[in-house]
Each structure stands twice: as C-alpha cells, then as structure tokens.
Ligand binder design. Sequence first.
Ligand code: SF4
Length: 119
Amino acid sequence: MVERLVWDQEVAGSNPVAPILFFIRMQPRPPGFLTMVRGFLRASTRESAAILRGDPEMPPAEIDRRYAICRSNVCGQYMVLDDRCAACGCNVPKKIAWRTASCPDGHWPAISPPDASLP
Ligand code: SF4
C-alpha cells in the first residue's frame, strides 16, 4: 500500500525521471555503517582462519550458484543497483566467494563452517 501511494505521488507529477526515482526509493536499505564494519571484521577474521587452516577453496560452481540465488532476490534483500546485500550490507560478489560466509537469511550455507572459537 505504501509503495502504491509513493508510486501515485511520483507518477502523478510530470517528472520524466519519476519511474527511476521510484525504483531507487523502493530498493532495500543496508544496515548502519558500524554494523557493516563489525560484520566485515567478523567475516574477514573467519575467512582468514579458514585460509590458515588450509580449508579447500570455493568451487567456482558454488560461487555461481550463490550468485544466482542472490540475484534472484528470493530474500527481497538484494540491492540490484550496487550489487549489495541489504541484510548484512556486504558486497555480494565478494561475500559469495568466501568459504566461511553464509547467507544471513538462510538461503545458502558456508561450505567451510567457521571456527567455533571465533566471535
Ligand atoms: S546473501 Fe542472502 S540475504 Fe543477502 S542477497 Fe544473498 S540471498 Fe539475499
């Protein structure tokens, strides 16, 4: 209903870029900056630990599979304009390539479970 009201307000005017503005406005919003920084530090610590453990690298087919899931926007969190996940704020092409990363919405798991002793 809110989308309909915003659409009506945007399109009711004669602004030729109204559909573009509407599309941008309807994009999901990422979390706050500090939340994203904390998530990145946590994820990079886990991935670094997996590299040091010698865990196997990500198979390219699994990267493609994850990317297809994200881009399908099954979660409603995929930000198509900047290729980002609104659930965690991560850059999707980078996130899907990390073996210890998993979808915060449960759509794909980590192939290498993170070390339980890490935060
Ligand atoms: S990581 Fe999960 S929540 Fe984020 S865009 Fe991909 S499927 Fe959606």
